[in-house]
Design a protein around this ligand. Structure first.
Ligand code: P6P
Length: 318
């Protein structure tokens, strides 16, 4: 029987693709893996110790911060700093970019430490989203400059899914040995799928094209499945593996610019989906081509199987 490949072994093997690589990226990704294991261990016992619930504070988006948001953010900051490979870290939970003065790190890391954290208290799947760039003069770079992106999914099992530009690969944590093992090599998103994932609670604010698109799907050619959990990274993982489309449209009533964060959610998942053969669009076109104007900038998004996204685009472009 072939020995399963660990995440560390896989990253080291990938490193050989880069003759000048000095192992810095491998160190960085290994520290992200380490942070994921620590966060997962806290989540497993969250109902038993006093780390559920809210902190009573609000983040920069005026969203209530839950204790595990802060704990996850702190764990990631500490582990990434100790990798000695990071010049700066930006997080949904931090108003400003955190520059790591003591190391001359090569990388910038953007984090959503605990995406979907409102689901923690009801024991639903949540995740950590990460986005990695080379250090540059401008901290705010278009998403197509990402070196790597991915997520750690805290669900029925803990998964580490990432791309560094050559395919998308999924690893599942074997708790008996505390190691992520390759379980989903070279994930390719189906070209079309029957899942659509969006919050229809906002539909009162949807414009004509979006309303027509939604109607067309419900009266359309085949039985579709509506799946929406309130955790983007969980809904996106389902779309990645089974095909379909995830949408968070902008709407003048609730989110004129869209709700999701360009740098912390939209870009990392758009970069990953693109490398799995899928597509991502927003009203401004390809989100990965947008040069961000601000750290916490929001965007609308439609992302998933190429045919599903192109069908959406046909309505969007009239
Ligand atoms: P709503 C979680 O707060 C998040 O950023 C995404 O993970 C998720 O898809 C979305 O917001 C949920 O938003 O408006 O449905 O609660």
């Amino acid at each position: 029987m072939n020995k399963p490949i660990s995440l560390t072994e896989f990253i080291l093997d990938e490193e050989k693709r880069f003759p000048k690589a000095k192992g810095n990226f491998t160190l960085l990704l290994s520290q992200l893996e380490y942070a994921g294991k620590i966060i997962a261990s806290h989540l497993r016992k969250a109902g038993l110790v006093d780390i559920l619930g809210k902190t009573g504070e609000k983040n920069v988006y005026e969203e209530e911060v839950v204790k595990l948001d802060q704990l996850s953010n702190d764990i990631l900051l500490q582990t990434l700093t100790s990798s000695q490979q990071v010049h700066a870290v930006a997080s949904e939970e931090l108003e400003d970019i955190h520059v790591v003065e003591k190391h001359n790190g090569e990388y910038l890391v953007f984090l959503d430490p605990l995406d979907g954290s409102s689901n923690v208290d009801v024991n639903l799947t949540i995740g950590t989203i990460f986005s990695i760039y080379h250090r540059s003069d401008s901290l705010l770079q278009p998403g197509n400059k990402q070196v790597a992106s991915g997520y750690i999914l805290y669900g029925t099992s803990v998964m580490f899914v990432y791309t560094s530009g050559k395919g998308v690969h999924g690893f599942t944590l074997d708790p008996s040995i505390g190691t992520f093992l390759l379980s989903h090599p070279d994930i390719r998103i189906p070209d079309e799928g029957d899942i659509y994932s969006l919050s229809e609670a906002n539909s009162i604010g949807f414009d004509g094209p979006m309303t027509s698109y939604l109607q067309s799907m419900k009266q359309g050619r085949k039985q579709l499945k509506a799946r929406y959990s309130g955790t983007m990274v969980a809904d996106m993982h389902r779309v990645l593996l089974k095909g379909g489309i995830f949408l968070y449209p902008s709407d003048p009533v609730h989110y004129p610019e869209g709700k999701l964060r360009l740098l912390f959610e939209v870009n990392p998942l758009s970069f990953l989906i693109q490398h799995a053969g899928g597509k991502a669009v927003c009203r401004r076109g390809n989100p990965l081509e947008i040069t961000p104007e601000s750290l916490h900038q929001r965007s609308d998004i439609a992302i998933g199987s190429r045919k599903n996204v192109e069908e959406y685009e046909s309505f969007l472009n009239g």
